[in-house]
Design a protein around this ligand. Structure first.
Ligand code: HPA
Length: 274
């Protein structure tokens, strides 16, 4: 992507701004991952704009991927949502991967919910569960702040990337709904191949509880923009190195869809309390 990516993000935000005026009063931002995008359509005053209609937005390479910038309300709280994201493994640059997140920031988002589908590495976690991300390991070898295009802070502090306040709120909200959330470290890899048993063993030993191919760059960009961050991993499969079962994209998407009903009720209750 050209070096003037920052200007392109401003162009996108300005183009969206005129259509989103009524949603821009302290909006909560949310990124909806693989198979988790449907919830947004239940919002009041729902509005969706295809990424391809937004000037400056990266172009989708995979036609089947839904890519829409959405807005709506949960009990009067304005929400700006990215339905579908760009991944490094599709060949996008870190700037392109973070384009939507940074556009949310320019539109006034200060609190961001980042969701993803992930494989469980912790043997105590089961497919179908939701994990609150307590911390992350960026193993993609990429960083969205490289190039120093984005101003200050150049070296954002990472000692508390995810908000303990939002994590505690998610846990208590879930308990009131009769759900129990897991809690753990997310490791982000480049992909797109899934892990071998030896890699799975290594990632577990590195301290990760869940693994996926997104999120870790967006959180870094969000932190630099000063956002308060909560990450929710929907655990779609279990990776145990000593009895590794094959995993397919179909399985990941289908379990993701099962979890999305629970994720939806959690989001409906969590967002008004944020
Ligand atoms: N590995 C990597 N990414 C994933 C997985 C996995 O097992 N499940 C969902 N996304």
């Amino acid at each position: 992507m050209a070096t003037n990516v920052f200007a392109r993000e401003r162009t996108a935000a300005e183009a969206l701004s005129s259509r989103l005026i009524s949603y821009q009063q302290a909006p909560v931002g949310i990124i909806l991952g693989t198979g988790l995008g449907q919830w947004v359509e239940s919002l009041h005053d729902f509005l969706a704009i295809d990424y391809k209609q937004i000037p400056g937005f990266p172009k989708a390479t995979v036609e089947s991927h839904v890519g829409r910038f959405c807005a709506g309300r949960v009990r009067n709280v304005p929400v700006l949502a990215l339905q579908g994201r760009f991944h490094l493994y599709e060949g996008y640059t870190p700037d392109e991967v973070c384009f939507g997140l940074r556009t949310l920031g320019l539109l006034g988002v200060k609190k961001i919910i980042i969701t993803n589908a992930a494989g469980a590495l912790n043997p105590l976690c089961q497919p179908g569960e939701i994990m609150v991300i307590s911390d992350q390991i960026n193993l993609t070898g990429r960083n969205p702040l490289v190039g120093l295009n984005y101003g200050e802070p150049l070296f954002p502090d990472m000692s508390q990337l995810f908000s303990p306040r939002l994590a505690a709120l998610a846990h208590s909200t879930a308990l009131q709904l009769g759900q129990r959330l897991q809690d753990g470290v997310y490791i982000g890899i480049l992909g797109p191949s899934l892990e071998t048993p030896a890699e799975t063993r290594m990632f577990r030993r590195l301290g990760a509880d869940a693994i996926g191919m997104s999120t870790v760059l967006e959180t870094i960009a969000a932190k630099q923009m000063g956002m308060e961050i909560i990450g929710l991993s929907c655990l779609t499969n279990k990776n145990l190195p000593d009895c590794m079962a094959p995993t397919s994209l179909e399985e990941i998407i289908s379990v993701g869809k099962d979890i999305s009903a629970r994720l939806s009720s959690l989001l409906d209750e969590l967002i008004p309390r944020i």
